[in-house]
Design a protein. Structure first.
Ligand code: AMP
Ligand code: ZN
Length: 451
């Protein structure tokens, strides 16, 4: 039986779904103000993991992820500057150019990691009108109020505030030592809409004058627009539990008068060398940094499987090297099994694999099962079962077989095509075809297939 841990109820539960076994799933997406690091990608590999395991169990997914391109301040609460504006000043580009550039970087990396992306990927700035409407409803129902600085959510009107992270907001309020804005009813009231000073670059018309949205409202609004008023699973990193997700719950549940998200799933952080990633320690790595050191995005994908998502995972280059070597041996063994003639009954492995992934995504156990199965006599039965498991693992077993010469020709063809030198591109395609391979073009990439 498929069960995931619900951080809200703090127990393992059956996965909720809509009709036709469709799971409506929302994932908090990236803030596109800088290069995403491998910690961020642990969060999206987690999303990928959930999606693939659901599909393996016969569910369909209607998934949504936001792209934060406005409103996320340098602190997750309402303090500091908008991250997009800081980036815009740093790089002397408009916030729109910044968002476009880093969204592309994110998508390219996600593709390299073979992340099964959600059906809808939605920038916050594409739903400004919907956000205004949502805030209007909250004001209308008495959950929000206006000050000279903006529109605030009145947390005193939502007694369940804090349930997700287990904080007693009333106790916290009594001992509050944070700066009090005189106009706010309580220091923990958070902003829904900010009244913008004239010089603020990103601003829109609203019933409350020119302004921009607070960070939290986008997720409630995008979830509402694309998935409706009942969402089965909502994912994000643990850092989002105490502020961002509490605020999302408050906004959405008060808008509808019922619980909107049924199951919350949180991922623990990736640590580096046993500690936090930080700029001062110069230990923030991107996928490109790993590549420069001779690792592939897929090596990092495999590394993700080696720890449970609910535990912190410690990243070191030695550990990544071990992951890389294990992945290599899995691929080599897969090749040996592909043409193996022995008969192996793989039922017990199939059962164990399914039991592991369905036990709240126990990927380390699922990988141990794969390794055990690969030690069997060489058999195409094992290979077929491995390919079935690969619906969850998402590893690339084809590319390994492609000779370097073909890869080289394919890359030259791709470059010729991009340079619009179609004659050269066609002639290279013919050459590749004569060697027994074909190229399949996708939007911003290509695949090499054996004919
Ligand atoms: P951001 O782009 O800052 O909004 O973060 C995107 C996602 O990455 C969020 O879901 C965060 O919780 C997650 N995240 C940030 N740092 C880490 C980390 N070190 N390990 C795992 N997830 C992280
Ligand atoms: Zn969010």
């Amino acid at each position: 039986m498929l069960k995931f841990y619900n951080s809200l109820t703090r127990q393992l539960e059956e996965v909720p779904s809509h009709e036709n076994k469709t799971v409506k799933m929302y994932s908090c997406g990236p803030t596109v103000y800088y290069y995403p690091h491998i910690g961020n990608f642990r969060a999206y590999l987690f999303m990928d993991n959930i999606r693939r395991v659901l599909k393996y169990n016969g569910f369909h997914i209607d998934g949504v992820m936001n792209i934060t391109d406005v409103g996320h301040l340098t602190s997750d609460a309402d303090e500091g500057e908008d991250k997009m504006l800081v980036a815009s000043q740093r790089e002397h580009k408009s916030p729109w150019e910044i968002a476009k550039f880093y969204t592309n970087v994110f998508m390219e990396n996600a593709k390299k990691l073979n992340i099964d992306l959600p059906e809808h990927i939605v920038p916050a700035t594409s739903v400004i009108n919907e956000m205004i409407e949502f805030v209007k409803v909250l004001i209308g129902k008495g959950f929000a109020y206006e000050t000279s600085k903006g529109i605030y959510f009145d947390i005193a009107k939502f007694p369940e505030y804090g349930a997700l992270s287990g904080m007693d907001i009333h106790e916290k309020l009594a001992g509050a030592r944070i700066a009090v804005d005189d106009e706010k009813h309580s220091p923990y009231d958070f902003v829904l809409w900010v009244k913008a000073p004239k010089e603020h670059i990103m601003q829109w018309d609203s019933p409350w004058g020119r302004g921009y949205p607070g960070w939290h409202i986008e997720c409630s609004v995008i979830g509402d627009k694309y998935l409706g008023e009942t969402i089965d699973i909502h994912t994000g990193g643990v850092d989002h539990k105490p502020v961002h997700h509490e605020n999302e719950i408050a906004q959405s549940n008060c808008r509808y008068g019922h619980q909107v998200v049924k199951m919350w799933m949180h991922l623990e952080f990736l640590q580096i060398d046993g500690g936090k990633m930080s700029k001062s320690l110069k230990n923030i790595y991107t996928i490109a940094d790993l590549e420069k050191k001779g690792f592939s995005a897929e090596d990092f994908r495999f590394f993700y499987f080696l720890a449970h998502y609910s535990k912190q995972q410690n990243f070191t280059f030695d550990a990544l090297e071990m992951a890389k070597n294990t992945l290599k041996s899995i691929k080599n063994l897969a090749k040996e099994h592909q043409n193996g003639t022995a008969h192996v009954d793989t039922t017990k492995f199939e059962d164990e694999f399914l039991e592991s992934i369905n036990d709240n995504l126990n990927m380390p156990k699922a990988i141990a099962c794969v390794l055990k199965m690969l030690r069997e006599e060489r058999s195409s039965d094992v290979y077929s079962t491995l390919m079935k498991f690969n619906q969850v693992l998402g590893l690339n077993f084809d590319e390994e077989e492609i000779p370097a010469e073909i890869k080289d020709l394919a890359q030259k063809r791709w470059e010729a095509k991009k340079a619009r030198d179609f004659a050269t591109a066609d002639s290279l395609r013919n050459q590749i075809s004569a060697l027994g391979y074909e190229i399949k073009d996708e939007k911003d990439a290509y695949k090499i297939l054996k004919k």
